[in-house]
Design a protein around this ligand. Structure first.
Ligand SMILES: [Fe+2]
Ligand SMILES: [Fe+2]
Ligand SMILES: [Fe+2]
Length: 421
């Protein structure tokens, strides 16, 4: 049913998706991981620490949801960096996943200046050296001009970094960087398009297989990154996940299939990371051109999830949510019997949830109004009638479960929002 899913596959695919928010910085997270991992290794850190630093690097700007946040991080002298670092920390801490608890702490201080030693502590607590290593790796990556050949930039980048010795960067870590910067491979790796090969060669992440519970936690974590890009969608995936899971249960899916459905619900819109915020937040109906861009989100969801082996079924349930029974959906135009039941459940759950939510150009409808709409869509052979019938029969319960899930998700959103400026 569900294949063996490796942590490293998920992290690499999702880490790349994180960079969709800012297309100028394709693979920024992984490039920082490659640089930071190498510095940590030369610094003589044990393998498990290198793995934590590598993992933290692949997710370090997870708390920078908007393009503005992302563009700000590109400025070498970044203003107010703590806000996105705090948000990232909170998100990871709230996932309550052991493997990510050290990573959360490392990410929290990935912009903390060394301040001649004061940066070894924050409010009395010691700061992981990995935070300082990522800080350095991140600033190096930002300084590399992607339009120019990397080896011709070594001198100027090194000089720039050196001006911050002691004040921003840890002198001992800088020593390691200076040695590495003499070696061409260090820079060629940092700028190489052969990311997969380098990652494979470094073997930097532990070969951990995820349990379904852990996958659920990672799914929830990413649902926040997807949803928090716009306050209008801030609890969307939580609602879709809850509705889809309950419908699957009512239709007779097994317990494990229901869990898979929850995960698919959390991730169904992961491709929206590739849709610009101006389109997500546009206070009017989308133009044809804008809608064309919006349509791509399901295609991207499919490609992101496809890169993770073992997720095949979850992928079809998640990424076919805009396919329709009559074949008039998108982007694959799969019709009727060829659409897996799980995908049809997701389609119903997505419409039902989305139309109860406010959008910049319209108010959300009541649950009952939303039910009318999906009933009409079933009549027109757009949504699966048998699933819509189940939704109608148990509508009260379904709607309560949705409201409750979205209410709880809203509380979490408010807690993270306090760090937004
Ligand atoms: Fe950052
Ligand atoms: Fe969608
Ligand atoms: Fe959706």
């Amino acid at each position: 049913m569900i294949g063996r899913i490796k942590l490293s596959d998920i992290i690499f695919s999702f880490s790349r998706a994180l960079d969709f928010i800012n297309p100028v910085m394709t693979n920024h997270h992984i490039r920082v991981a490659i640089i930071a991992g190498e510095i940590a290794r030369q610094y003589g850190m044990p393998n498990n620490e290198i793995a934590n630093i590598f993992l933290a690097s692949t997710l370090h700007d997870i708390g920078a949801f908007s393009l503005k946040d992302r563009l700000d991080t590109l400025d070498f002298e970044i203003q107010n960096p703590q806000s996105h670092a705090d948000k990232g920390y909170l998100l990871l801490k709230n996932t309550d996943f052991d493997l990510l608890s050290d990573v959360a702490k490392i990410i929290r201080f990935h912009h903390l200046p060394w301040a001649d030693g004061k940066g070894a502590y924050f409010e009395g607590e010691s700061v992981h050296i990995g935070s300082h290593i990522i800080h350095l790796a991140d600033r190096i990556e930002v300084l590399i001009d992607r339009q120019r050949y990397v080896l011709n930039q070594v001198r100027e980048i090194s000089d720039m970094i050196k001006t911050k010795a002691g004040s921003v960067f840890v002198p001992d870590v800088l020593k390691v960087f200076e040695e590495l910067s003499q070696k061409e491979y260090f820079w060629l790796d940092a700028a190489s398009p052969e990311i997969d090969q380098i990652i494979h060669d470094r073997n930097a992440l532990p070969d951990v297989e995820l349990t379904i519970e852990e996958l659920l936690k990672i799914g929830r974590l990413f649902s926040h990154i997807i949803d928090y890009r716009s306050r209008f969608t801030s609890v969307h995936s939580a609602g879709v996940s809850a509705v889809a899971t309950l419908l699957a249960q009512m239709i007779g899916f097994s317990e494990i299939e229901c869990r898979m459905m929850s995960i698919a619900g959390y991730l169904h819109d992961i491709g929206k990371l590739a849709v610009p915020a101006e389109i997500l937040e546009k206070p009017a109906k989308l133009s044809v051109e804008e809608f064309n861009v919006m349509k791509s989100h399901v295609y991207h969801s499919y490609r992101i999830l496809e890169a993770v082996s073992g997720l095949d079924i979850i992928n079809t349930w998640a990424s076919f949510h805009h396919e329709r029974m009559d074949g008039k959906g998108y982007p694959f135009h799969i019709r009727g019997n060829e659409l897996p039941i799980g995908s049809r459940i997701m389609a119903v759950s997505d419409v039902l949830t989305a139309i109860t939510e406010d959008r910049p150009y319209r108010k959300g409808m009541t649950g009952e109004e939303a039910l009318r709409i999906i009933e009409d869509m079933a009549k027109n052979n757009s949504l699966d009638k048998s699933i819509v019938d189940v939704a109608s029969t148990y509508f009260r319960h379904l709607n309560d479960v949705r409201l409750d899930a979205q209410l709880r998700a809203g509380e979490e959103y408010v807690a993270v929002r306090q760090f937004m400026d």
